[in-house]
Design a protein around this ligand. Sequence first.
Ligand code: FES
Ligand SMILES: [Fe+2]
Length: 446
Amino acid sequence: MSEAVDARSPGLSYQELLDTDTHPVPQVLRLESPAPRGHLDMSIDRYISADFHQLEMERLWGRVWQFACREEHIPNPGDHVVYEIGNHSYIVVRSHSGAIKCFVNACLHRGRQIKQYDGYSSELRCPFHGFAWNTDGQLTDIPARWDFPQINASEWSLPEARVGIWAGFVFINPDPDAGSFEAFLGDLPAHFERWNLTDRYVQAHVAKEIRANWKIAQEAFCEAFHVNATHPQTLPYLGDTNSQVDVWDTFARVITPGGTPSPLLNWEPDEADILRHMLDIRDDMDLPWSLEGTTARRSAADSARERWRPMVGDLVDDWSDAEFIDNLDYTLFPNFHPWGAFNRIVYRFRPNGNDHRSSIMEVLLLAPFTGERPAPAPVLHLDAEQPWTDAEPLGMLGKVFDQDTFNMERVQRGLETTRKPGVTLAGYQEAKVRWLNETLDRWLED
Ligand code: FES
Ligand SMILES: [Fe+2]
């Protein structure tokens, strides 16, 4: 069963589907940047080796730009978030000058973590013996100053990590010599120009412990190839294998078309079938609107347009069906997934402390608002046993995430026992998984 190396899925390509849109399609969706098709297996030590995790801690997490929090989490001077990655901990704080600063979360006296929780405080005072710094990181108080003649206050500022802000997302980089945040983002801000993630608020925020390496968890959201086996209920309305996969330098995307059936479906749905499955409506129930003269894809886009109209006004008439219906999963290396267009989803994947077999997956829903910005939702924590469906604010997404999560621990366990030294990747559909790991390998080699 040998096939051409540039073979493609039967059915409409994503670009052909865009040609049928009822509204002008933005240029950003017309971009195509396929990765060269790699066919080599990828070694599995990246998932199962504690040494590999240590290397990631030093050479990746110690040097890369990484999403820490939203600006709205720390709106006022003194507000702070404790950002943890592996066994490293940072305080991200709004200083009294208004700028956002990031400090290594360790007291310069005898090393205690200065902050354990997110919150507000007028200064950064260590709970152990009471050394204190202001929100700009300058040393302001040493209890029993007479006993520390060796300390020169001007040399005792808290070590800083660098801070970059894009679209309301606060990123940090522990490496003082790192390249600029803007250069790291590349063209990503240009891709999101139409979708204004700045003026959204955190409507829901769920963090779940996963019993698998952070890359296994993340890779479950980097390809649509798994949809046929993992989410079969979506096949009547999801063009899984017709996804478009694009890779740039530090970011990549998979666009999976909605409102169009999968080429892997073994029956031919009509438009009513497609809409029924999209909306999860039983066969014996009426459709919510007539499909006369329209299609499931177009009418679902129209319905979404009307849902957004009260929020953004007649701007919705400039937006394409694709922007309302398709799944635009962007990934900024190494672990940040803001969905494009008018979807609310953002994912983040992190190692869970120093355990390379455990990770934290987070889902944030970023929603538009009118009037005053609502306060960001507090984090809802789920342990490894609790299903996503326990997180009420996620609605129907919980069921889908549970299907994905069900694979993750099993992938970890399979990789611990396999006799095969590498995982095998699809050349096109799994190109984002390959890009993530090849990019990671380059960081680890330097
Ligand atoms: S360890 Fe922080 S004041 Fe002593
Ligand atoms: Fe999935």
